[in-house]
Structure formats: structure tokens, C-alpha cells
Design a protein. Structure first.
Length: 116
């Protein structure tokens, strides 16, 4: 059974989420210019060295391509986040597609079928 995240993990995760959101809004990566990206959540390890950012490109289009580009620019993104979020060490950020939106829509559709 996993332990729930500590207050420190939650605060740092939220700070990184905000920093990444601002980074994507500014269009710092030219290959992603014009592709709005939502950062829904950032989960960070207890030692604060690794973070997983759950993202979703607008409409879910080209999500594999977006993940590929973000992986290439991982060091650049890590540097930006480390300057913005004051931590002893900058966490390594892994990006994953957030499927919770699709799952929520699927559950809503099932619930509406039950109501009818």
C-alpha cells in the first residue's frame, strides 16, 4: 500500500505545475508553437528528485509527437523549472499523457445510459 504524498510533495508538485504551465503558455519551445498544452498534475517522488507531469495537448491531437518533443527538450525544461522553483536540486521531469479526461467522459456516458 502506497503512502499518500506529504504536504511538501504536494506544494512542490503544484509549484512545478504552475511553472510548466507558464512555460508552455509563453511558447518557449518553437516546435510546439501553436499547440496549447494543459498541465493537469505533477506528482513528485518523496526525495524530490523525480517528477511526473501529466499533460494533455488541446484536443489530444498529436500527443505522441508532443511527448517526443518534450523528451528532447527535457534538460532545457528542467533548467527553466529549477530557476523558477527554488529547490536544492532540480527534479528530473517525465511527461505522460493525462487520460483522466477521457476516463471521466467515458464514466459520464455510462452513467447517462443508466439514468435512461
Amino acid at each position: 500500500m502506497e503512502k499518500p504524498p506529504s504536504q511538501r510533495q504536494l506544494k512542490v508538485g503544484e509549484s512545478i505545475r504552475r511553472s510548466l504551465s507558464e512555460f508552455f503558455m509563453r511558447g518557449e519551445i518553437p516546435y510546439l508553437d501553436g499547440v496549447p498544452i494543459t498541465v493537469s498534475e505533477v506528482r513528485i517522488s518523496p526525495d524530490l528528485h523525480n517528477a511526473t507531469a501529466y499533460i494533455m495537448p488541446l484536443g489530444g491531437k498529436e500527443s505522441d509527437k508532443v511527448l517526443e518533443i518534450l523528451a528532447k527538450f527535457g534538460g532545457f525544461i528542467r533548467t527553466y523549472v529549477s530557476k523558477d522553483v527554488k529547490l536544492r536540486t532540480a527534479p528530473r521531469i517525465n511527461f505522460r499523457i493525462d487520460n483522466s479526461y477521457d476516463e471521466g467522459a467515458r464514466i459520464s456516458a455510462l452513467l447517462s445510459k443508466i439514468e435512461k
